[in-house]
Write a protein of this length. Structure first.
Length: 302
């Protein structure tokens, strides 16, 4: 991976990691489903009136928007609302890396190297360790929602590869258009009109900051950058980079929410960092060519 793309990946994962505690700040004032609906409304409007729709089928755009907004971020927000700490939520979502590696093998004929196999094993140990070490936090339902959101993210990664979209920013903007309506409907079905009538009185500058960060940093910039990386590199090479997100998520929780890292959690984070490093080590054995990893069978532009 080129240095500029690696730098982009680190910046994206840092913003996404901090997005978890920042989202927690917004959830103090706004219903989780309504907060997600507002996020994707602002991500789509007014930008769809100025940015041409990407040159892919509308079905791809709609599918990504529903997975992106409803099946992923709405479930993340619900999980945090149910008591899963933001740092732990960031860790759980990283199971998407394992799901994505599996999709790469099944759909794109990608092959996992020795380093990636070792990395998967270390990451699983780290994630299971940190979840098992915090049994009193969150709920079983909250943890389950986060795992479903992780699977949804992996499906979204596959859509990016399958659709062969090139206009990444336009794709994110137009996809965001399909999330708000079902989210608003779900909010009304679950809680009636209360979340809508009370939002104006409860929202302060902290909630506004949280929403702005979610829209312009975590959605517009980060998904543009992440999807660009997915376009240029095999999913099996990009997916492990997401393991940096929980590290920044825990750091953000310490800075913004006063979270303290105990020895058990520090060891777990160390395992995850080791997993990331293992994925980039050049292990002895047969090398695989990027040309064999591209879904179309052609060498990807890097």
């Amino acid at each position: 991976m080129q240095k500029k793309h690696l730098a982009l990946a680190v910046l994206v994962t840092a913003m996404w990691g901090f997005n978890f505690p920042i989202t927690k700040l917004g959830l103090a004032a706004i219903d989780p489903l309504l907060l997600t609906a507002l996020r994707f409304t602002l991500a789509a409007l007014p930008w769809v009136f100025f940015i041409r729709r990407p040159a892919v089928g509308l079905g791809w755009v709609a599918a990504y928007g529903l997975i992106f907004g409803v099946a992923m971020w709405a479930l993340i927000n619900l999980g945090i609302e149910l008591g899963v700490p933001p740092g732990t939520a960031a860790l759980l979502v990283q199971f998407s890396a394992f799901f994505t590696l599996g999709w790469g093998v099944l759909l794109f004929r990608e092959r996992l190297g020795v380093g990636q196999g070792v990395g998967v094993g270390l990451a699983v140990l780290g994630l299971v360790s940190i979840i098992g070490g915090r049994p009193g936090d969150g709920s079983v339902v909250g943890y389950g929602l986060l795992l479903v959101s992780a699977f949804s993210w992996s499906v979204g990664n596959v859509i990016i590869k399958r659709s062969k979209v090139r206009e990444m920013f336009a794709f994110v903007v137009w996809a965001s258009l399909f999330a708000p309506l079902p989210l608003v409907l779900l909010t009304w079905l679950m809680h009636g009109t209360a979340p809508f009538t009370g939002v104006a009185a409860q929202v302060g500058w902290v909630a506004v900051f949280s929403l702005v960060f979610q829209v312009y940093a975590a959605t517009h910039f980060c998904y543009w950058g992440w999807n660009l990386l997915l376009r240029e590199y095999p999913v099996s090479k990009v997916a492990p980079l997401s393991l940096l997100i929980p590290v920044f998520g825990v750091a953000g929780s310490m800075v913004l929410l006063g979270h303290r890292v105990d020895a058990h959690e520090a060891v777990s984070i160390g395992l995850i960092l080791a997993a990331l490093g293992a994925g980039f080590v050049k292990w002895p054995g047969r090398a695989h060519s990027p040309a064999r990893l591209a879904p179309t069978g052609e060498r990807e532009t890097v």
